[in-house]
Design a protein around this ligand. Structure first.
Ligand SMILES: [Zn+2]
Length: 116
């Protein structure tokens, strides 16, 4: 016996039915979309914040080395990136939109602003 995915009512009729009514189907799909949106919105806001921090730190500079501590204190989230790339020397760069950062040493972070 199948039950409606939204309201839990017993389903009658075709065995491939998953909702008891079009209303339940619509509500279920609306909620699903809403949840997906809020989950991605949280991560989007971390990424935007990271980009804002780098924009402020870099000013007009194209390449700059910062103490890791300075960047940490701004609330920069090192785990949130938009991509990764390895240069010819095998160094790993982490992308935050048009910025790329790299662990220069234990204490130093190199930030590069890429031309769009
Ligand atoms: Zn239902």
């Amino acid at each position: 016996m199948n039950i409606c995915l939204h309201c839990g009512k017993k389903l009658v009729g075709r065995s491939d039915k998953v909702f008891c009514s079009i209303e339940c189907k619509n509500i279920f799909n609306y909620n699903k979309k809403k949840n997906t949106k809020s989950e991605t919105a949280i991560i989007d806001s971390y990424l935007h914040r990271n980009h804002e921090i780098l924009t402020t730190l870099m000013g007009n500079s194209k390449k700059e080395v910062f103490d890791r501590l300075i960047i940490s204190r701004t609330g920069f989230k090192f785990d949130f990136i938009t991509g990764v790339y390895k240069n010819k020397e095998g160094k790993i760069y982490y992308l935050v939109y048009n910025f790329a950062w790299m662990e220069f040493s234990d204490q130093k972070i190199l930030v590069v602003k890429k031309a769009l």
